[in-house]
Ligand binder design. Structure first.
Ligand code: SAM
Length: 341
């Protein structure tokens, strides 16, 4: 083995514990920023193992904070670790980890919601979409207020093969509030089946790996946490533009407990509603009295294809927005009310 090979397999030298780092740099968790830290390195190792074999991998960790997961990633013999952290207080502790790992950590002080992931790693890592996933991984324990909008944004990137997915089928291991993790992975007919389940599963193989009790975090959050692993599918289960799929799925789940035809109906302006709803359900071969949670991926695939056909026949349909119509009607009523006073 050459010297660089030997260095790649070295574990981190003895370092202050994460608890000591928190004291040393006065890193009190900011409640408004929903900061909850993992100090138990057996747990952070377990999260990192769920990402798969990281030997010589290029990893991006989002929200490293005091660096518990960061240490576990470095101990997995990665080639390079890019960390993106919004809170400046954590930067000195991360610089310490960079020194201990002999320069493997690239620190970005920034916001993951705006960071350009398509330029994050060397171009030679790019793989064709149909190939095995690239040696690029994303790992993170972010605040729940960030992880949910971020996964929706990244699902759109996945559909468009942009952002982190410009490298190919980049795998991700991320934490969510336990109930969100259940929604992401719920199957047809499951109690937690929702818009998020369909949006995620039409694009990815998704696995709810394990649950971490809230008591494992400092300070303890109100909820438990689910660790979820995502691998983009070579062939999405619905082959329509992301925005179209999003519109259909969102409309269908608008009335979760009602028959699905109620949700389908709001895709259409009032005048055409009855006729086009019937036409769309018929051509998609979907029983109008199924509940949204009982619709399979095949049902959604058919619904999206039928909606696309209707939009091709009448290109003004896609711009129709039921919620916007409701909002305008409400404003009109308020304006009328003011005139009458
Ligand atoms: N990963 C650490 C751990 O497990 O102990 C910290 C977890 S804490 C729940 C979330 C971390 O994400 C904090 O360090 C916080 O400052 C950071 N963070 C929050 N929003 C962020 C954003 N938009 N971009 C990057 N980092 C963010």
């Amino acid at each position: 083995m050459n010297i660089s090979g030997k260095l790649a397999t070295l574990r981190l030298p003895p370092l202050p514990t994460i608890g000591e780092i928190i004291k040393l740099y006065n890193l009190k968790a900011e409640k408004q920023l929903s900061q909850n830290f993992l100090l138990d390195l057996r747990l952070t190792d377990k999260i990192v193992r769920k990402a798969g074999n990281l030997k010589n991998a290029y990893v991006c960790e989002v929200g490293p904070g005091p660096g518990g997961i960061t240490r576990s990633i470095l101990n997995a013999s990665v080639e390079e670790l890019l960390v993106i952290e919004k809170d400046t207080r954590f930067i000195p502790g991360l610089m310490l980890l960079n020194e201990a790992s002999m320069g493997k950590v690239r620190i970005v002080h920034g916001d993951i919601l705006t960071y350009r992931m398509d330029k994050a790693f060397p171009a030679h890592l790019q793989r064709k979409w149909e190939d095995d996933p690239p040696n690029v991984h994303i790992i993170g324990n972010l605040p729940f207020s960030v992880s949910t909008p971020l996964i929706i944004k990244w699902l759109e990137h996945m559909a468009n093969r942009s952002g982190p997915f410009s490298y190919g089928r980049t795998q991700m291991t991320l934490t969510f509030q336990k109930e969100v993790a259940q929604r992401l992975t719920a199957s047809t007919g499951g109690k937690q089946r929702s818009r998020l389940s369909v949006m995620c599963q039409y694009l990815c193989n998704v696995k709810n790996c394990f649950t971490i009790p809230g008591s494992a975090f400092v300070p303890k959050p109100e909820v438990d946490v689910g660790v979820v692993h995502f691998t983009p599918l070579i062939q999405p289960q619905i082959e329509q533009p992301f925005k179209l799929v999003e519109k259909v799925v969102q409309s269908v789940f608008q009335f979760r407990r009602k028959y699905c035809h109620h949700g389908v109906a709001i895709l259409f302006p009032e005048k055409q509603r009855l006729k086009l709803t019937e036409q769309m359900l018929m051509s998609a071969d979907v029983d109008p009295t199924l509940r949204p949670g009982g619709l399979s991926m095949k049902h959604f695939q058919n619904l999206c294809n039928s909606y696309r056909e209707l939009c091709n026949q009448d290109p003004t349909l896609f711009a129709y927005n039921f919620r916007e119509e409701l909002r305008l009607k409400r404003l009109q009523r308020e304006a009328n009310g003011r005139c009458q006073k």
